[in-house]
Design a protein around this ligand. Structure first.
Ligand SMILES: *Cc1c(COP(=O)(O)O)cnc(C)c1O
Length: 357
């Protein structure tokens, strides 16, 4: 049976993206690879209408975490200090990265189901001890879409630059790179952009790399990637087949109407699922007005064990996703990215009825 992935990446692939994996074998030192890489880099910037003079997209072989780690390692100078804002697993992961690389940092933690308090942020940044604030846009732990517009205003007031984990929002949510004055945003091919896992990227301001610092990582040094990629080269072997698939996924993404179209698509799918679940008394964990269109977390119905719900839905062809940490016995998560047809959606609604009745 065809399995539809309702986990927040990797996603169910379209036939067109899957077929692209069959592209010819390619040496990463040949002009064909260089052209492929250049096209993908342009399409990533086109996704948010970013100017190539100010912004660079930098391609990495790795999962989303590689991009987040590369961003933190490469965009904070040795004299810098980051305030890491946490309200879920992915914010906490950035703190782990800072610790692993000995990056000067403090954290501002909020409960996983809580809104980030602008007041607390303002207070924490007071005295301008921080050069940067690192924050997750869409906290996939809960589905909360953090209000980066408001948060970035507080950061600006204190002269702190924003580094954003946009791994599960890039391509599906509005990201105002200029207005939010982002320094960099880390993302991946295999979530809202519908590519295959294996390629991740960082969109960063070119100016960040105009002064050079000793690299804190060999593999994740964005400065080195940028120099090479601007020359049409790559410092290391890239996942060539994943690049083919990513290029095709970007064609599909741009043809379909970019992030706005995807936002609308994900939202309309999600509202159908919300309605169905609500008819069984199953409520979302956080306010819908504070949720992303990409993923929602729902309270498990009374007397229903996650594993049973998961297994029943799996037997009907749908893979749902567990909560993390202390949420694991209380909630389940549903993401509606990927190549999901009308028919798949109807089957999903039927499957939910069958398992929840
Ligand atoms: C998926 C995700 C990541 C990266 O996870 P990987 O397993 O490394 O791809 C990072 N941040 C957020 C918010 C995510 O949703």
């Amino acid at each position: 049976m065809k399995q539809i992935l309702l986990n927040p990446g990797p996603v169910t692939l379209s036939q067109r993206v899957r077929d692209a994996l069959q592209g010819q074998d390619l040496c990463h030192r040949e002009i064909e690879f260089s052209n492929l890489q250049r096209k993908i880099r342009q399409k990533i910037l086109a996704a948010y209408a970013l100017d190539n003079k100010t912004w660079a997209s930098i391609l990495l072989t790795g999962s989303g975490t590689a991009a987040v780690e590369a961003m933190l390692v490469s965009c904070v100078p040795p004299s810098g200090k980051i305030l890491i804002v946490e309200n879920g697993v992915y914010g906490e992961r950035m703190t782990k990265i800072a610790i692993a690389h000995n990056i000067d940092h403090e954290k501002l933690s909020t409960g996983w189901d809580q809104v980030i308090s602008l007041k607390k942020l303002d207070k924490a940044l007071d005295g301008s001890r921080y050069s940067h604030v690192a924050i997750v846009h869409h906290e996939t732990t809960t589905g909360r879409l953090n209000d980066i517009a408001a948060i970035s205003e507080v950061c600006r007031k204190h002269g702190a630059r924003v580094l954003m984990d946009g791994v599960s929002s890039f391509g599906g949510e509005s990201i105002d790179f200029e207005k939010w004055e982002l320094d960099a945003c880390a993302a991946t091919a295999n979530k809202c952009l519908h590519g295959v896992p294996g390629t991740a990227f960082v969109v960063a301001r070119r100016v960040l790399f105009q002064t050079t610092h000793p690299a804190k990582s060999v593999y994740l040094d964005l400065a080195q990637y940028l120099v090479k990629q601007d020359l049409g080269e790559t410092p290391f072997t890239q996942s060539v087949q994943c690049f083919y698939a990513f290029d095709e996924a970007m064609n599909e993404f741009l043809e379909e109407g970019g992030w706005q179209a995807r936002h609308q698509l994900f939202s309309s799918r999600m509202s159908k699922v919300q309605k169905k679940l609500l008819s069984f008394g199953i409520k979302p964990l956080i306010e819908l007005s504070e949720s992303s269109c990409v993923l929602n977390t729902f309270q498990l119905p009374l007397g229903k064990v996650y594993q049973h719900l998961h297994d029943e839905l799996k037997s009907l062809g749908f893979i749902i996703y567990a909560g993390q940490g202390h949420f694991s016995t209380k909630v389940f998560r549903l993401s509606l990215m990927g190549a999901i047809s009308e028919n798949d959606m109807n089957r999903l609604l039927e499957a939910l009825t069958k398992t929840l009745r």
